[in-house]
Design a protein around this ligand. Structure first.
Ligand code: PMP
Length: 457
């Protein structure tokens, strides 16, 4: 079967007949037909009708080095011939996993020198849940089991990942969270407490952690997990006061800090890690996505010296692992991806030049009558669609307007993501200034058209 033998309609028919998509309303999808993406290059993807679309989301926040890097294909090809698969169980290891572990210990913050490999971000967070409980058992505190997470967080879709996530709809559908997980409020200021100073708001949101630990009893709490900036929840950027206060609370109460860097890792905020942007010293740090720029499924948990020492020196067997932990082909591709990120100084260049340019231009969209707020850090940006700017009024059904805006955007040749009434971009780190201009122009045209459609309707 080659591309040319199938029309878009053929693909859509087959897709509807056999393929259950992630996070999808099947009836609605099959009525509308899926968008068939056939190939990609640089910052663009093409659909089966030949439309060229600027990928403002880098796939799913992951194609950090852009599409079409032959070096990664060649690394996979070489590794597939040499050793396509072997496991890291039963006293075995192999060069790609060892080499990637070494590189990760170099590029991540200095106190993170060990990695547990996984296949994705979700199972990285399953590993987190297992490892924090194991750690406290080894430390002689078996009651320290509860992990505190945040409402509207996203940590994955497995049972543990979805339980740690704070998505009400996921919980309702899956009879989740599982026991031993608690949630606190998120530091989402827009549209709430308008008279409160952002730092005051941030401090109060962080204090919810102290209150929850005290309510549950410090002796029962293992860890706090959070994304530096909530991604799938709508690019929620905490006020500057938030993280220092969270750090203080975790240290004061002897709680492990887990910083989920699945989106923010490998350059998304213009620094190698969100932990550097916010000056955090995570005890555990889940990673995925940008680790291989999405070219291969691979994730992991970076483990701090403090935790590693205990699990290495004081533990027996850790009864946990995946067939594909440290898969050789995925590891070889990830290592090549990290080599390119480093050698070409992609993160440093984005952080110094193109990301500030994206932020400056994105802020201009704040003048649009449909936009209540723009915000962003590095190569991550969002805007809030509102019914009225002053007084501030959100739409009654923000998801409907967001979906309309997203579909209009794709029609205009730009992938933006909608989370309710929040529009998001997270482009490849290699986006050029000219492509940023194209992104802004298409976003503005999309806002205009969405505005006209709503006003008409
Ligand atoms: N953590 C965060 C912060 C994420 O954004 C995601 C995915 N968007 C995950 C975990 C889960 O990763 P995956 O989809 O690779 O399982």
């Amino acid at each position: 079967m080659t591309r040319t033998k199938h029309t878009t309609a053929d693909w859509q028919r087959l897709d509807a007949a056999h393929h259950l998509h992630p996070f999808t309303d099947y009836g609605e999808l099959n009525a509308r037909g899926s968008r068939i993406i056939t190939h990609a290059d640089g910052c663009y993807v093409w659909d089966a009708d030949g439309n060229k679309i600027l990928d403002g989301m880098a796939g799913l926040w992951c194609v950090n080095i852009g599409y079409g890097r032959k070096e990664l294909a060649e690394a996979a090809y070489r590794q597939m011939q040499e050793l396509p698969y072997y496991n890291n169980f039963f006293q075995c290891s192999h060069p790609p996993a060892i080499e990637l572990s070494r590189i990760l210990s170099e590029v991540t913050p200095a106190h993170l020198n060990h990695v547990f490999f996984t296949g994705s971000g979700s199972d990285a967070n399953d590993t987190v849940l297992r490892m924090v409980r194991y750690y406290w058992k080894l430390r002689g505190k078996p009651y320290k089991k509860i992990v505190i997470a945040r409402e509207n967080a996203y940590h994955g879709s497995t049972v543990a990942g979805a339980s740690l996530s704070g998505m009400a709809a996921m919980h309702a559908q899956g009879d989740l969270p599982i026991p031993g997980i608690a949630h606190i409020e998120q530091p989402y200021h827009f549209g709430r407490e308008p008279d409160m100073d952002p730092d005051e708001f941030g401090c109060q949101a962080a204090q919810a952690l102290a209150r929850k630990i005290d309510e549950l009893g410090e002796c029962n709490v293992a860890a706090f997990i959070a994304e530096p900036i909530q991604g799938a929840g709508g690019v929620i950027i905490p006020p500057a006061s938030y993280w220092p206060e969270i750090k203080r609370i975790c240290a004061e109460r002897d709680i492990l800090l887990v910083v989920d860097e699945v989106i923010t890792g490998f350059g998304r905020l213009g620094t190698w890690f969100g932990s550097q942007y916010y000056d955090l010293q995570p005890d555990l740090m889940p990673i995925a996505k940008g680790l291989s720029s999405g070219y291969m499924p691979i994730g992991g948990v970076m483990v701090s010296d403090r935790v590693a020492r205990v699990v290495i020196e004081e533990g027996g067997e850790f009864f946990h692992g995946y067939t594909y932990s440290g898969h050789p082909v995925a590891a070889a591709v990830a290592a090549e991806n990290l080599r390119i990120l480093r050698d070409e100084k992609i993160i440093e260049r984005a952080g110094a030049e193109t990301a500030p340019y994206l932020q400056a231009r994105w802020a201009e969209l704040g003048e649009h009558p449909l936009v209540g707020e723009t915000r962003g850090v590095g190569m991550l940006a969002a805007l809030e669609l509102v019914k009225s700017k002053t007084p501030l009024e959100r739409f009654a059904e923000p998801g409907k307007v967001g979906t309309l805006c997203r579909d209009t955007s794709v029609k205009n040749g730009l992938v933006m993501r909608a989370v309710g009434g929040t529009m998001i971009v997270s482009p490849p780190l290699v986006i050029s200034r000219e492509q940023v201009d194209e992104l802004i122009e298409k976003a503005r045209q999309t806002l205009d058209e969405t505005h006209r459609a709503i006003t008409r309707g």
